[in-house]
Design a protein. Sequence first.
Lengths: 375, 368
Amino acid sequence: MTDPRVARLGELVVDYSLGLEPEKVLRIDAPPVAEPLAVEVYRAALAAGAHPYVDLQLERLPELLLAEANDRQLDYVSPISKAEIELVDAIVTIWSESNTRALTHADPERHQRLLGASQELAKRRWQRMSAGDLGWLGMLFPTEAHAQDAQMSLAEYESFVFRACHVEEPGDAVAHWEGVRRELGARAESLSEARELRIVGPGTDLTVGVEGRRWQPADGRYNMPDGEVYTSPLETATEGEISFVFPALFHGREVADIRLRFENGEVVAAEASRGREYLDAMLEMDDGARRLGEVAFGLNYEIDRFTQNTLFDEKIGGTMHVALGAAFEDLGGRNESGLHWDLVCDLREDGEVYADGELVWRAGRFLESAAPARV
Amino acid sequence: MSDRLRRLAEVLVGYSGGVRPGDLTVLQGPVNVEPLLEELYGAVLRAGGHPTVRCSPELDDLLFREGSERQLEWQTPGEREDIDQADVWIVVDAPSNTKALTSVDPEREALVQRARRPWRERYLERALAGELRWVLTAFPTNGAAQDAEMSLAEYERFLYGAAMLDAGDPAERWRAFSEVLGRVAEFLMTKEEIRFVAEGTDLTFAVSGARTWLASDGHENFPDGEVFTAPLDESAEGEITFTFPAVFSGRQVDDVRLRFHEGEVVEASASRGEEFLREMVALDDGARRVGELAFGLNDAVRVFTRNILFDEKIGGTMHLALGSAYSEVGGTNRSALHWDMICDLRSGGEVYADGELVYRDGRFLGLT
């Protein structure tokens, strides 16, 4: 028996996020544990007249590959995968896991080597996406593992996920997300006029230069759930300090109570109560790793708590996040790095944000609704 | 269980697929064979190959019910690339429910069979050219066990017995069995005409000329055990009564009787499923002719399980397939259909080769 919420979610991403047209080829990448959602996306794509197929990715294979493969096998990129990436019009990635820490003990060097081998494919995928030839959406199917990370029962976590996507209750989810698109579009447009943002909160007083940078609404086109506006800040204009109360998770490792101090755009001091060495190693990765590649407002108020999953955490309504490392070129960002690590700062209790000296945000909310977007 | 799975994976990768270092090896199966796909993946890695898994939910039912004709006929980019690029292709069949497609409109079924014909020809072409080694195997499921009227545990014993995984070195046992099958094929190669006689059956084929008999010894099917050929297209003459139900795409047709004249089906009847039988026979010109003629020779497969992979190998049976022939044995008949139907010869069946009795009650006389 299909969970009607899963069916609604499948329809939402096909109809709204991808806007899938007849005859388009859709690949659905998912682990077996996400099969119910993969099937509903497939069904919705059939109804749209498209040609969907499901490619299930067995979760234990990366572990086997890391344990047993020789270097040639680790570096290998299948010609089938290379050919396929040219032949699909859209991809849905369902990120669900049965165990979010399965690779915690994998050899980091071999893991890095494996990730390196997949870079060629990832690069080609981004090229086709930015040329508008390939649609893509990332989403999640609730599993026990993710519920466990969120410290919830599976039933609670399912409701959390489906609420965040606005499919928990029957109703017109597409209309809801179209409203989000208009609202975030207007917000992004008004933020694009700001030259400088000052973020003030517990342990935080950070100034970020954003003059001339374009703000982008994240409105459910590439992620579901979604709900943020983001840009890439000026590379040398970040000053002051920022504290992150949520533990920062990166590739299955946790770093807690991070505090960063910036001068001329660069991290000059970094502290953490846990995982300090890993934090330092990440900051040392390359020149760009010490600078911000992203600053963003989380605006999905149906996401009201930290769940140790970036897809959700960076969209928590009332938070801001910054990312160390790679910037978005299409928004004017120039910072280059192998790192892109999102760190979420909670501003819901007594945070304030000033745009060019004027208070625009307090306690997790913009004070004024943005002007309607010009169409 | 996991030990048998590992042994199954090792013999599939080492003996059947013959995976060598550098071989791009596609491992394909539905999601309920995840444990075997994992073992295969590990075995391919250890053999130095490059495993790539093609795993999907069981979506045929949804596609047949909700898909348009264009969607039914469509081939995924992945399927096309697998067929074009793989060096080895191991396909695992493991239905959760073998009757899920029973109510599908036979015309839509025929549409899909026709659309898939070029793919089938493409991989047979690459196989014939020695570019692709493909293996079809089975994984025990409750659905398959139910069809065989066994418990899952009984069915597992049956399957692993048929695969010779129950004792000794499986690859060694398969090599020895291969020699026995080779002797039967060599013997049949010296004959020009084969006549089958059993209750309700008296059917003659010409098998001489450009046709050869091949031993099917665990390389393309696993488990395995038959010798087969493609009879001359216009030679089938007489009638045959199939003792076992004929099963195709989850549909069962009982008590099939076919009468042939000059190689073509001129009468087809069945006690159940006759309409489906007629639809399939009328699929295209080649569907009326016999594309394959074979002897089942695996004595570890004794009972009918409604799975053609096993049934056609039951020791002491013969089968023929309506539809496409294999080029590797010199066959020329072309069709989108390839439907194997089996006749038990173990009690009273006789085979005459060039007029001489060579087989009785399911055994070649003085050969096996």
